[in-house]
Write a protein that binds this ligand. Sequence first.
Ligand code: BG6
Length: 478
Amino acid sequence: MTYTFPKDFLWGGATAANQFEGAYNVDGKGLSVQDVTPRGGVPAKAGDHNPLITDEPTPDNLKLEGIDFYNRYKEDIALFAEMGFKVFRMSIAWSRIFPNGDETEPNEAGLAFYDKVFDELAKYGIEPLVTLSHYETPLYLARHYNGWANRDLIRFYENYVRTVFTRYKDKVKYWLTFNEVNSVLHAPFMSGGIATPYEDLSKQDLYQAVHHELVASALATKIGHEINPDFKIGCMVLAMPAYGMTSNPLDQLAAREFENQNYLFSDIHVRGKYPNYIKRYFRDNGIEIQFADGDEEMLKNTVDFISFSYYMSVAQAHNPEDYAVGKGNIMGGISNPYLESSEWGWQIDPVGLRLVLNDFYDRYQLPLFIVENGLGAKDVLVDGPDGPTVEDDYRIDYLQKHLVQVGEALQDGVELMGYTTWGPIDLVSASTAELSKRYGFIYVDRNDDGTGTLARYKKKSFNWYKEVIATDGASLYK
Ligand code: BG6
């Protein structure tokens, strides 16, 4: 059965500054936590290998040069426009605007760069969707304040978001406060700039850091709406549905408890207060969140929409030690025998996306936005009739199956603003810092050893996605 997506559906792609801009030390930019990431990535729970052993940019770090979007943004945006993008998700590198993070005055050259990018997008009628903080806390804030573990980060973030909201108030309408805000529990350095090694962080420290981010997110939402009441400001969570491994009620309970650790974040962003289940968890674990005066009121500044990334689901059991552990997933979980996995062990589950959409919508009755989805895979460049290309049928297959499930959810009645695939142009992986884990419709000639010309080539999926957009999704059913 064919289904046509709504005419105003926002089709596009998603990126993050630290994974594709490059130019890490140009025009006054300061270092971010990503600039000290060694090639091969930082173990999510950076403990025995805390990257803050050095203050220097690691020389073999592919993120330093990225794919040079900083200098090639015109060429890249033209390619996005050729695919018919209606929206482009990108982040602002905080350390381009405030190099250390705690200055009072912004860096004009950094602000000017994003003006140029937004103007270029506007030329093609592409809406920017801007993440304010995407795994790129200024390194100075990690070093000198211990990142979001410190309440001072709220006022530095406030100054930063006030600056960019004011500067771009007529150029950007859609904003996300923190990328995958729930990941700070699992990757505190990458996600929250928290320098303390994971094994030395107590649950108390982690949830207090979470509280700081949640208050900052609510504050950003408040400020944004004051600066421009037309702004649409959303939270962004890493969505990962969990199945009970068996119909044993204890397995179902394990799945529910796992999901609650993620719902916590969207619940607070949407309902404006801590849910009861987490109060119990805090009691059971001796956690006491320190609320400052005004925090409770501040959390009531709730979001306009809920956005999320979706790559995979997990299974949970009350006795996980009896099963094989899922690979490549920062949130843990066990392998689901009904699902296949990507080369990096991420379990592929299109139906899980329909479930997530329905669960979120039933729970909140607010518009949703899928702002990341895609397949990281090794591509092989071959000669095609129009030059080098990649026959990436595996990627088309992954996206097609997920989008069909998105169509099902729309027919279920879910309100969905749009869909942006992760990495529409190849970029550096967040978790492994490789380039060979590619997601793009556009191939970038850069290799894991840093060699390559940075030339761009269209993959087979480029024309496939172009047709999906041009037909409002109808071509998915061919
Ligand atoms: C999400 C992040 O977790 O997954 C992105 O928001 C990241 O930054 C994406 O790139 C894919 O993960 P990876 O590790 O394959 O780059």
